[in-house]
Design a protein around this ligand. Structure first.
Ligand code: PRX
Length: 651
């Protein structure tokens, strides 16, 4: 058995420093690391000071009751005032807060002044419905401006929002309403997805029928389709129209709850991750400004995430608005009405900063570079990635084809639980390496340790941990303090266990290696799924790959790889041999898959994460497990077909 928690296998020697021009103009300079190291709490207090507080805090950090934390205790502020009112008051009312593009091609331009009107009316409407500070409000909407307005209106009156992704089922919505005991649901008649109206309201009706805590349902009219109506339902536009366009906002404690967001854990029951006000807004604003180098007067920023995910909360809504950004919101999918829709939008709006996920990038690689090459994307100046490890080949493609070799890439590691970016390059400082999230941000403590909590040091692999409390950290799991302490703080003393494998390279840069439960054990060597997948994707025939460890009599686990070939590659009987050889060459014989299966699709959750559990079922010849969280349950059927076609690729 190896002494390292994870084998350190792949080497990456390419690196890309920022241009001198980018570095000179960057918001964050190299001395920010030293400043934060000199005194972490002074550093975070300075960042918090960029916000507008109604009364000052008395203590920056209270960690005396660990793992329960308080940041900026005693301070009071209003999130909605920080995101909207103060910019209007400073004379920026005419600046665009959001360009909205609907999937059918309709568009809206919403200035900060307009946003203030909308949020004020919505806050008045919520209060008129009896919603009070501390009450929970479920938001189940498509990617439309009303989603942002609803979140800000809740924050404005101190109500706690729980956004449920519009692609989730009635049952998922019901269980989240019940867990939080929501009093109000904000939804829409529908949304537009892949050229068709998507049905939302029926799911709400089904969920609300079983949810006695819900008093009312506010319904945004988006598609205009016929919907059933219950006696709890009220039209959003009618309720808002009756309300005054101003609303006196009250300040709330820094530790007042801001939102709950449910995320999956290792057990079936989703965890309601709780975030609060002052620390959260401090860190999302700080990271948004410095990681994306936001220049509020000139940038057009586009984070493609849905508000149903943490990325949508922190980097579509709160971070950008706190920094007075001009953002783009797009309702639909990248392939509607054609595969170049995103690039068309970048050209149309002159987008300068694009923040998206590796799964999208790999899809675009599969479609081929001719699609983006058809558009003028010279406005882009910075690219971001989030959600899973980005393979070096996808990173290089992103840099070359989308960024024209001119834009720094920030690969940002963080989680629903961390609330904001934790590990990332600073784009004007860091010489980035393709596939590495590089270093903990200033003010953040991260390390990689082994089973005995010993730091592995440069060149070593193990578990990623966060060694210091940080302002935007989760404050708990809604209604379950024990599960909070147990899940995150019990494996290693006083240290946050992120559940991810990671390694330091010889220069001390951090490489994320996927969730720890995705780690395979082959002949006593612990090998990350991410490294083998990267090796496979670096082969010219492969568009996308997922690998799992399947039980093997001699080696403990054997590696089974599922691969999607590029569109122009015909599968033949040699491909399996070629890919096994390629992985052996890239990583070493230990990582050579025992089986390669060519498939047409991979099973993914709605947020784009590969469901390796289902692939493991196939690899171990079990009947397929629960597929309810799959974005498209038909995928498992397609994989079945792919398998029959790929017999020749087996060992
Ligand atoms: O495994 C890591 C992966 O996504 C997990 C967090 O997922 P979620 O809470 O849904 O938040 C996603 C958006 C922040 C992490 O534990 N992950 C996220 N970003 C990266 C990543 N893995 C590698 N590199 C990243 N940049």
């Amino acid at each position: 058995m190896s002494t390292e928690a994870l084998e350190n296998l792949l080497r990456e020697n390419r690196h890309f420093p920022p241009t001198p021009e980018f570095a000179a103009a960057a918001n964050a300079k190299a001395d920010m690391y030293e400043e934060a190291d000199a005194d972490r709490l002074v550093f975070w207090a300075k960042q918090a000071g960029e916000l507008q507080w109604e009364s000052p805090w008395t203590q920056v950090l209270d960690w005396s009751n660990a793992p329960f934390v308080r940041w900026f205790d005693g301070g009071k502020l209003n999130v909605s005032v920080n995101c909207v009112d103060r910019h209007v008051a400073a004379g920026h009312g005419n600046q665009v807060a959001y360009f909205f593009e609907g999937e059918p091609g309709d568009s809206q331009t919403i200035t900060y002044a307009q946003l203030l009107h909308d949020v004020s009316q919505a806050a008045n409407a919520l209060e008129a419905l009896g919603v009070q500070a501390g009450d929970r409000v479920a938001i189940y909407l498509p990617m439309i401006p009303e989603a942002v307005v609803a979140m800000l209106a809740c924050a404005r009156i101190g109500a706690v929002h729980s956004v449920v992704f519009g692609g989730f089922s009635a049952e998922a919505l019901r269980s989240r309403i019940e867990d939080a005991q929501a009093v109000l649901v904000i939804t829409a008649d529908g949304g537009n997805r892949k050229g068709k109206p998507m049905l939302l309201k029926q799911a709400v009706d089904d969920a609300v029928a079983l949810s006695p805590s819900v008093r009312n349902v506010l319904v945004v009219r988006r598609t205009g389709q016929e919907v059933a109506w219950t006696d709890k339902d009220l039209w959003w536009h009618e309720q808002l129209a009756e309300q005054p366009k101003t609303h006196e906002a009250q300040a709330f404690d820094a530790e007042h709850p801001l939102f709950i967001l449910y995320t999956s854990g290792t057990t079936g029951k989703p965890k309601g991750i709780l975030h609060t006000t002052g620390g959260y807004l401090t860190q999302v604003a700080f990271t948004h400004k410095n990681v994306f180098d936001l220049k509020p007067d000139t940038d057009v920023y586009w984070c493609t995430a849905d508000v149903g995910w943490i990325t949508g909360h922190s980097y579509v809504v709160f971070g950008p608005l706190a920094n007075r950004a001009t953002s783009l919101i797009y309702e639909g999918t990248p392939d509607t009405p054609h595969n170049g829709r995103w690039w068309e939008l970048i050209e149309k709006y002159g987008v300068t900063i694009l923040y998206t996920a590796p799964t999208a990038i790999r899809t675009f690689m599969k479609w081929g570079r001719a699609v983006p090459d058809g558009f003028d994307m010279s406005s882009l100046r910075l690219l971001g990635s989030v959600g899973e490890p980005i393979n070096p080949e996808a990173w290089m493609w992103y840099r070359h084809v989308i960024g024209g070799d001119r834009c720094p890439i920030v690969d940002t590691w963080w989680q629903t639980e961390t609330g904001a970016i934790m590990i990332s390059p600073l784009p004007g400082v860091t010489a980035t390496k393709p596939g590495s999230a590089m270093h903990a941000l200033p003010g953040i403590g991260a390390d990689v340790i082994d089973d005995e909590a010993r730091p592995v040091g440069k060149g070593g692999g193990g578990y990623l941990v966060l060694t210091e409390p940080w302002p935007s950290m989760l404050r708990g799991i809604w209604g379950d303090p024990e599960r909070y302490a147990e899940t995150y703080w019990s494996r290693f003393a006083n240290t946050y266990f992120a559940g991810d494998g990671a390694k330091f390279d010889d220069d001390g840069a951090v490489w994320l290696l996927g969730r720890v439960d995705d780690v395979m054990n082959v002949s006593g060597h612990r090998i990350s799924t991410a490294e083998v997948e990267s090796a496979l994707v670096s082969h010219p025939a492969v568009a996308e790959a997922a690998v799992v460890g399947a039980a093997d009599e001699t080696t403990g686990q054997g590696i089974v790889a599922f691969v999607i070939l590029r569109q122009d590659v015909e599968p033949d009987e040699h491909i399996g041999v070629a890919l096994r050889h390629h992985v052996a060459k890239e990583i070493g014989p230990i990582a050579r898959p025992k089986q390669i299966l060519v498939v047409a699709e991979l099973p993914k959750t709605r947020s784009g994460k590969i469901m390796r559990r289902l692939l493991r079922d196939i690899a171990e010849h079990r009947s397929i497990g629960d597929v309810t969280t799959l974005a498209d349950p038909m995928v498992m059927h397609l994989i079945g077909e792919g398998l029959t076609a790929a017999k020749g690729a087996e060992d």
